[in-house]
Design a protein around this ligand. Sequence first.
Ligand code: FES
Length: 153
Amino acid sequence: MLNILNLEGKVVVGYNVAKTDDLLLNKDAFRTWQLIRLPAELGGDKNDVSAFRLYNAVCLHLWCLWRYVALERDSNDPSRIINGSGQCPCHGSAYDPLNRKAFGGPAADQSPPSNVLPILYLEADQQKNLWILPPTLDVNANGIVGYGRFLKT
Ligand code: FES
């Protein structure tokens, strides 16, 4: 459980949602999720659950761990905003922070559902604690880790 008020202005990554007593199992990449506070331009300045996304950290190409790179100004051209996406260090796949559909690199060339990262849906209680809703691990719902999900239209 995380409290939204404690996460104000922060991007939080590498969140293991299913810790066990087995330390080795807890390090399994397939159990790692990335909790992201969206950039303000995409609604991340709201103080409610809509400001957050929780996506599986395993890239859908060849299963490296992607990382969220926050929005920043281009040092060569400060008028230009760059990054603000999930980026895989292995072969350059890039994922949209709003829906986690691949828009660059080899994962973007893969057919659905293998171009959209699995997601866990969140809700907040009255104390602004974030809770993870029970997932349905299916390509038509939350998705399958390492395989993907279909985007609902
Ligand atoms: S494993 Fe991520 S782009 Fe290849």
